[in-house]
Design a protein around this ligand. Structure first.
Ligand code: ATP
Ligand code: MG
Length: 342
């Protein structure tokens, strides 16, 4: 059965391999079976980049180019800009009543991000409530499936709490609960061994990375610090090169053989790194090329975003009417008499 999907990314930089294995790969397949809305979350990106609006604005195009190059097909998926769908912000305001301030403060994703971004004492109200804005994104599009990385699990949980609360308060079923859809690699570690590959951590391999850049990043990758001589047995656990081979090498049997050889001894770090460089180039090379071609066709690319956004706005307006109906606040300036006559 066809399901509705909502997914998206913050335009805070180009997309990277973490996005690819965490959710983009899934989206390319899902668009064939389901109805998919892909949102460029510029308003959410502003919650921690409000003082750099030009950074967010310029990255909208970068993310769009990444989508198209990876194979998100605008004839199958609706790609749109969050800030251009005003109904999202109206719904956010209503949903804020469905969650306590205390619950917001204890969202583990928000807590971890505040710590990572050093904003414990300076966090804005806008950043604190971004999970509620995400609940609005998901519910305004009646999404049932949300392909995301593991860091988003608590946000989906909170969305569903909000949905249940809303439906119970207003005696309705107008909002739908959503399921996260995780890939087989829901969190790609950074090449430096850090918790995850991330735009903000500056450890990302993007889709316009040249082979030289791929080489440089892989060369520095963390392996087994005790694997000093080629003939020594090496460790797989915590070895970033093998984590990346697990995530990106399509030949699983070959990966298994390499792992066994490495553990036995006799396989040098540089040999597995060379192999990984090749594997990554085979994935990124064609995407890099398509990205370059789309970059030459600006007006076609902008049209895609324009059409997608119009489509999303229409859907947003329709759903918000339904939601306000359920809340018994669907009065309009043109038609106030029946609501306010005494
Ligand atoms: P920022 O640092 O600005 O938050 P980001 O690199 O975390 O950027 P987002 O736009 O926040 O990227 O994330 C978009 C989607 O990609 C989310 O579903 C997120 O879970 C997923 N994602 C991001 N990084 C990774 C990763 N390293 N592994 C798996 N999934 C990831
Ligand atoms: Mg993020």
């Amino acid at each position: 059965m066809k399901k509705r999907i909502l997914t998206g990314d913050r335009p805070t930089g180009q997309l990277h391999l973490g996005h690819y294995v965490g959710s983009l790969k899934n989206r390319v397949e899902l668009q064939n079976k389901h109805e998919q809305f892909v949102m460029i979350a510029d308003a959410q990106a502003l919650t921690d980049n409000y003082d750099h609006p030009e950074k967010v604005r310029s990255n909208i195009m970068e993310v769009l180019l990444d989508y198209l190059a990876i194979g998100i097909d605008p004839s199958k998926s609706t790609i749109f800009i969050q800030s251009q769908v005003p109904q999202l912000f109206e719904l956010t305001f209503y949903l804020l009543n469905m969650v306590t301030y205390n619950r917001l403060k204890h969202n583990p994703t928000v807590k971890a991000e505040m710590q990572q971004k050093g904003m414990e004492d300076t966090v804005t109200a806008g950043f604190m409530i971004y999970p509620v804005s995400q609940a609005a994104d998901i519910t305004l599009f009646s999404a049932e499936l949300v392909p995301v990385g593991a860091d988003q699990a608590p946000i989906l949980e909170q969305t569903n709490e909000i949905v249940r609360r809303f439906n119970s308060v207003y005696h309705t079923d107008v909002l739908k609960e959503a399921q996260p859809l995780f890939s087989d690699c829901p969190r790609l570690v950074g090449p430096d061994g850090k918790a995850k590959m991330s735009k903000s951590l500056g450890n990302a391999i993007t889709f316009s990375a040249s082979f030289k850049e791929i080489e440089e990043t892989v060369k520095k990758m963390y392996t087994d610090p005790e694997h000093l001589r080629v003939q020594d047995p090496g460790k797989i656990e915590g070895n970033v090169v093998f984590m990346y081979l697990d995530a990106f090498d399509p030949d699983k049997i070959r990966v298994q053989e390499l792992k066994e050889h490495y553990q036995r001894g006799g396989l040098g770090d540089m040999t597995i790194k060379r192999h990984l460089m090749q594997v990554l180039e085979e994935l990124i090379g064609p995407i890099r090329e398509r990205r370059h071609q789309f970059k030459q066709q600006t007006s076609m690319v902008v049209d895609v975003l324009h059409e997608g956004t119009l489509n999303a706005k229409k859907e947003g307006a329709r759903k918000l009417d339904e939601i306000k109906e359920a809340m018994k606040i669907s009065y309009r300036l043109q038609n106030l008499t029946p609501f306010f006559s005494v």
